[in-house]
Write a protein that binds this ligand. Structure first.
Ligand code: SAH
Length: 243
């Protein structure tokens, strides 16, 4: 029987310590997760990663290594970013447990990417704005930034408790949700049209695109809805070009 835990993909963005990569692989395997993607790791493969994986070498060997966050997220139908800090433009944010609870009430998307930032700086605002929602581990507010592998461990623990017994029927077989690549295509198209019709002032783009991203991501549109919006944008484009 297919395993509901396999819908989860853990993505590490630019990890700098190979030991942490190994510790993440071990944390994942302890909780039954296999799919690891590394975006531009500073050192990988590396003996420190092997040493800290302590038996989770298979997770390291199967890890996908990519150059960009866009490439890592392309086929994910649900993208969640992890962050200890609240950022300037507030995004829908849940604690890990609430997020996992919310997953058990909906048809499970076929691919869910959980994105973790680099040890020193975490995820950038731009990376966080690619996510449907943000999740936080509610630690002591005075000292809430966990070690990368510890954060992965806690998130994987909660996901295991929540998803292990989810019936596979609840995986969304029709896969109607638009994936990240399709959504990024929509955002680029929309931004282009908003410049063409001079709705965005190139000298002062302000927070318009992040706000529109937040609106569309909150709606979690399906493929057909994204196609309709792309069609509308193409019609506007034609009209603008013939003016
Ligand atoms: N100094 C960085 C934190 C880096 S910790 C910052 O302030 O953003 C490395 C990564 O571990 C983070 O990018 C995040 O993915 C995860 N992490 C650490 N603490 C977390 C917390 N309390 N909640 C959610 N994710 C956390």
């Amino acid at each position: 029987m297919p395993n509901p835990l396999n819908v989860i993909e853990i993505i590490l963005v630019e990890p700098s310590h190979p030991g942490n990569i190994g510790a993440v692989a071990r944390a994942m395997k302890n909780m039954g997760f296999q799919r690891l993607t590394l975006v531009k790791p500073k050192y990988f493969p590396h003996p420190d990663a092997d040493a800290r994986a302590a038996g989770a070498d298979d997770v390291l060997q199967q890890a996908r290594v990519v150059e960009t966050v866009e490439e890592a997220l392309k086929t994910a139908e649900l993208v969640v970013g992890t962050s200890a800090r609240v950022r300037s433009l507030a995004w829908p944010t849940k604690t890990v447990r609430h997020w996992v609870d919310s997953l058990t009430n909906i048809p499970l998307p076929r691919s869910i990417a959980v994105v973790f930032g680099a040890e020193r700086m975490g995820l950038t605002n731009e990376q966080l704005q690619k996510c449907h929602c943000h999740i936080q581990i509610p630690a002591d507010p005075e000292f809430n930034s966990l070690n990368l592998a510890s954060a992965v461990q806690l998130v994987c623990y909660e996901l295991r408790q929540g998803l292990l017994n989810v019936s596979l029927e609840s995986i969304d077989a029709s896969s109607i949700k638009a994936n990240n690549g399709e959504l990024e295509g929509l955002f680029q198209h929309l931004e282009q049209i908003l410049y063409d019709i001079e709705f965005i002032n190139p000298k002062q783009p302000k927070q318009l695109m992040p706000r529109l991203r937040r609106l569309f991501l909150r709606a979690e549109p399906d493929k057909q809805e994204v196609n309709i919006l792309r069609g509308i944008l193409t019609a506007i484009e034609k009209l603008v070009l013939t003016r």
